[in-house]
Design a protein around this ligand. Sequence first.
Ligand SMILES: *Cc1c(COP(=O)(O)O)cnc(C)c1O
Length: 220
Amino acid sequence: MPISENLAAIIRDLPEGVELVAAVKTRTIKEIEEAINSGIKVIGENYVQEAEKHYTAIGHRPNWHFIGRLQRNKIKKAVSIFDVIETVDSYELAVEIGKCCQRIPKTISLLIEVNIARESQKNGVLPENATALIRRIADLSYIKVLGLMTMGPQVSDPEELRPYFRTMKKLFEQIDAMHVPGVEMRYLSMGMTNSYNVAISEGANIVRIGTKIFGPRAKT
Ligand SMILES: *Cc1c(COP(=O)(O)O)cnc(C)c1O
């Protein structure tokens, strides 16, 4: 199916207040432009180098979210492109992001990535450490914490993710209730092609979708 039709179907069924991020890894500039012309307002990038090419061609018409693993040597470039970095999981990373933003200067929005299923190989702060991390990051300049993000484990049935999404929402509400100065719990980013409907029903207000917009990715 063409990107425009895929997107029309997704956008039609998306509840109000839920933001759609197009996860564009491996996609061409032409495909991304088609998505933008079909209503996409936020681009999600996994790789800074790929993002740089896309950003140079497309410019700042959409918003740009970083959703991959951010390497130290890419932070400077990343903060010049992205409006939101969704994958912050350590104080040290937040400090470096803040320093690079100070040089521009700009204030960048961050989501804290949570390893909700406590998977050993996964990025993200463990849920029990999220509160302390956010309290520390809140004191930094040039950054603003706006919520939480999670990937969740790979499962065949998205219903298996429901308890994790539910725990994320509870954590989100707990942190919100702490009223940490400088922290605003506005966004809960969870759910992808196979799981976004479950995620939305458990409180996600950002979903990150690739395959359902653009079709299957070529195996690399
Ligand atoms: C690729 C990716 C997505 C989208 O995955 P699909 O299954 O293609 O929808 C969402 N979030 C992150 C972090 C990704 O890397």
